[in-house]
Write a protein that binds this ligand. Structure first.
Ligand code: PRP
Length: 189
């Protein structure tokens, strides 16, 4: 990349989703979500799954023309993600007693195996939520291990190592303003 860009950009081989494309995707998704919930008389709660979804949720929520409430959850997964041993553990949970009157929209940065969201949707439904929909910035269907179809998808990405806009490599690069493919020199050094 050009040397007049921030030095950190050199750790990306190429940009997959630019800042302008992210903005257009958020505009489109926000219009769809607003249209779905605009006539609801229930509480709408956006549940942001930490940490990677934070930048996406931030961009999306300011475009929603809805009286939205905000909550956070954090999960961790144990075991190999490539076998049925992969288990989800809730690290930060919702603490609300009103879920029967709540529509939940879960916000994710990416869906890979599908394990996190399929678990969370069942968990929130069992917890009594009136409805649970899912919204992801990126979808990587080529990595799916359990069947899962999100309600709202920003864009589909190929099976490459993507970072930026919340997505990390060893906890780094979440602050990139675009979504890029991590350069080989970063993980081969
Ligand atoms: C990522 C992503 C999803 C999950 C998707 O989170 O944010 O929560 O993995 O993968 P899956 O479809 O295979 O379950 P990660 O565990 O990397 O945590 P982070 O958001 O804190 O980076």
């Amino acid at each position: 990349m050009e040397n007049n860009f921030p030095a950190i950009y050199n750790d990306c081989a190429r940009i997959l989703v630019s800042q302008q494309e992210i903005a257009a995707i958020c505009d489109r998704m926000a219009a769809e979500i607003t249209d779905t919930y605009k006539d609801s008389n229930r509480r709408l709660v956006m549940v942001v799954i930490l940490k990677g979804s934070m930048p996406f949720a931030s961009e999306l929520m300011k475009r929603l023309d809805l009286p939205l409430e905000l909550e956070f959850m954090k999960v961790s997964s144990y075991g190999s993600g490539t076998t049925s041993a992969g288990r989800i553990n809730i690290v930060l949970d919702l603490h609300r007693g009103d879920l029967a009157n709540v529509d939940i929209i879960v916000i994710e940065d990416i869906i890979d195996s599908g394990r996190t969201l399929s678990y969370l949707v069942e968990y929130l439904k069992l917890g009594g939520a009136n409805s649970v929909k899912t919204c992801t910035m990126l979808d990587k269907p080529s990595r799916r291990e359990v069947e899962f179809v999100p309600d709202y998808v920003g864009t589909v990405v190929p099976n490459e190592f993507v970072v930026g806009f919340g997505l990390d490599y060893n906890e780094k690069y979440r602050n990139l303003p675009f979504i890029g493919v991590l350069a080989r020199h970063v993980y081969e050094k």
